[in-house]
Design a protein around this ligand. Structure first.
Ligand SMILES: [Ca+2]
Ligand SMILES: [Ca+2]
Ligand SMILES: [Ca+2]
Ligand SMILES: [Ca+2]
Length: 244
């Protein structure tokens, strides 16, 4: 009997990526925008004044880095149409070696946006239980689909990057899709509303000319030695609470 129960549990875990997120952590209350920001990489809109800067400073992968090598922070806002993410990155060298957006996209400089629409937590590497978008320097958005093949999700995130010297501002509108999203029949994003909770993290892949990315820096603290988990497990994502 015990064997049968164990088998059932394993079947449930394998058969369904969605398990309950153990607990909300790294909780951020996100204020609604009165007017949606203009995506131009310039921080001139009132919605950005309503958001504090949040640190992007957790080294998920790679050796310790210096402030000159990388520093990052971000702001958040939302309206019915989208979650707005403003990411400010200081990076000593912008590197885009793979011009094909579906070739080793994680080894070029890119911003990653992780979204778990229903804050369910659970595995999402080969499902849409959560999305792990890689936003490249050229604006292309890549993630693995349930068929384990990389795909472009350029419609999901509109981004504008403005770079001056070593500082880049990425201003993004993220359209949010549920875990029932189908690559064959995308449908419409969900309208956002106050009180909604979503799993969320932002990260940056920093490469300054190496064969592989040198660092992967994220926005949430991850317990344990293996911190490269956001692309697999939505449990580690923080929780956004939309307020107005
Ligand atoms: Ca702007
Ligand atoms: Ca760097
Ligand atoms: Ca989910
Ligand atoms: Ca770089």
């Amino acid at each position: 009997m015990k064997y049968a129960i164990t088998l059932c549990l394993v079947a449930v875990i394998i058969g369904c990526d969605t398990v309950q997120k153990k607990e909300d952590h790294s909780i951020i209350e996100v204020q609604k925008a009165v007017a949606s920001p203009t995506l131009d990489g310039k921080v001139t809109e009132s919605c950005w004044n309503l958001s504090p800067w949040y640190p992007l400073d957790q080294n998920w992968l790679g050796n310790a880095f210096t402030h000159e090598d990388f520093s990052g922070r971000y702001k958040l806002s939302w309206d019915e149409e989208a979650l707005y993410v403003l990411v400010e990155i200081q990076d000593d060298s912008l590197y885009d070696w793979h011009k094909d957006p579906l070739q080793r996209w994680w080894d070029d400089d890119c911003v990653e946006i992780f979204i778990d629409e229903d804050n369910s937590g659970g595995l999402h590497q080969f499902s849409h239980n959560a999305f792990g978008y890689h936003v490249a320097l050229d604006g292309h958005v890549a993630d693995l689909g349930p068929d384990r093949q990389p795909r472009l999700y350029d419609d999901h995130i509109k981004t504008a990057r403005h770079t001056e010297g070593k500082t880049s501002i990425w201003e993004m509108a993220v359209r949010v899709y549920t875990d029932s999203y189908s690559d064959e029949d995308p449908g419409e994003p969900v309208p956002l509303s106050a009180g909604k909770k979503m799993g969320f993290a932002v990260a940056y892949c920093d490469n300054d000319g190496s064969p592989q990315r040198e660092n992967f820096i994220g926005s949430v603290f991850i317990l344990g030695a293996d911190k490269n988990q956001a692309w697999i497990n939505a449990d580690i994502l923080g929780t956004l609470l939309l307020v107005e």
